[in-house]
Ligand binder design. Sequence first.
Ligand SMILES: [Fe+2]
Ligand SMILES: [Fe+2]
Length: 267
Amino acid sequence: MISTYKASPDIDVLTSSFPIPGFGLIPLNAFVLHGSEPVLVDTGAVVESDEFMTVLRTVIDPAELKWIWLTHTDFDHIGTLHQLLAENPQLRVITTFLGVGIMTTSAPLPMDRIHLVNPGQKITVGDRTLTAVKPPVFDNPSTTGFFDDMSGAFFSSDCFGALLQAVPERADDISEEELRQGQVFWATVDSPWLHKVDPATFARELNGIRAMNPRMVLSSHLPAASGAMLERLLGSLEAAPTAQPFVGPDQAALEQMLAQMTAGGPQ
Ligand SMILES: [Fe+2]
Ligand SMILES: [Fe+2]
């Protein structure tokens, strides 16, 4: 089920969560930045596209949107992308060359509807200036987050996500231990390459986010987090490279789960 809340007076969060059996819930967020040129950050999951459109209409008329910032092309971010482009002819997609390339293999983006950015580049969208940022942790080569100068928020895409037991509206309300474990676990699942990184290089990446000093961290897979939490969020990532690598259930485990379900089901 998708619901909404406000991360700040001018930023709506559209949030859902997906259960990962045996592990917890992964939140899934998209964001509406209100202003003279409204921006939608990501477009929901493919599997929830109808509901996403319904809920989006409760916070903004999609005809008023000027931009979609597509943080990357995974299925949990592109759910209503083409429907929105079809409904609103003035809407353009901010993405990267790689984002366009990946979309070409499923549902190509019209070339006159895109605006390419690379990390470090800025785009002015009405009264906001958005600076593209490559997050320190990502699962897709097209991933591009951004810093919004108006709200001071860092939109971090999958980075800083966490597997949780319940999903509050504020990451600040999650216990320190649950947040750390959930974040480390998500990082090892979503970015298994973290176990191969050079610690000094990774530390420099994290310092880049420290230097940004965001007033909020708005991740695709974590409730809205205040800037006061930044050190905690970075500390969890610092721990991820040396954490236990994730290995998913294998066929034997799956058969055991299925047998348990059958035994516990209706006779
Ligand atoms: Fe992703
Ligand atoms: Fe994601």
